[in-house]
Design a protein around this ligand. Structure first.
Ligand SMILES: [Zn+2]
Length: 172
């Protein structure tokens, strides 16, 4: 996925807000960590650009689903132990954003879901292409269509938030 990770992070923050609002002191802080998590796996672009341009970018640990699952489990434990501060919520939003990133990358590209135990790539796009080649041939830009839908969804949530006062309007 190319440009929809940040919008997807915004959608995640908005959809989970009601679950966490009793633990959120600052909407800005909550949003910042949620957005950061949504793009964090792609920080390995730096490794790709400056160190090793040969390797498949999704072979770096930041694109291992297991890494994000472990962080999710850790943040869930932290959430249970620390019942007052916003920090566990921030940790959860980073982890969850990273995990959603794995799913989105699987839609339009491939992810090694069982890494580091197995390096068999999995791609929903390739699965659809194998099952219905005519569908992909008829809509060659389908992946950008998915990204566009995510963008429209996030924009609609954002504009709805801007049009009426809501609890998180601290950021608006
Ligand atoms: Zn990625």
């Amino acid at each position: 996925m190319t440009f929809a990770h940040l919008p997807a992070g915004y959608i995640t923050c908005r959809l989970l807000y009601n679950q966490f609002k009793h633990r959120i002191d600052s909407w800005n802080c909550y949003l910042l960590w949620g957005l950061l998590g949504s793009v964090a796996p792609d920080f390995d672009h730096l490794y790709f650009w400056f160190i090793n341009r040969e390797q498949d970018q999704h072979l770096n640990f930041s694109h291992y689903p297991l890494f994000w699952v472990l962080l999710l489990i850790f943040s869930a434990f932290w959430f249970v132990i620390d019942r007052k501060s916003q920090n566990p919520v921030s940790a959860f939003m980073v982890s969850f954003g990273g995990f959603i990133h794995m799913i989105l990358d699987t839609v339009t590209g491939h992810i090694f879901w069982l890494a580091p135990f197995s390096y068999k790539p999995f791609s929903i796009g390739e699965l659809v292409e194998a099952a219905n080649p005519w569908l992909v041939q008829s809509f060659p830009g389908w992946a950008y269509g998915v990204e566009l839908l995510i963008l429209i969804w996030s924009f609609s949530l954002f504009s709805r938030n801007s049009l009426r006062a809501c609890p998180q309007s601290e950021a608006m």
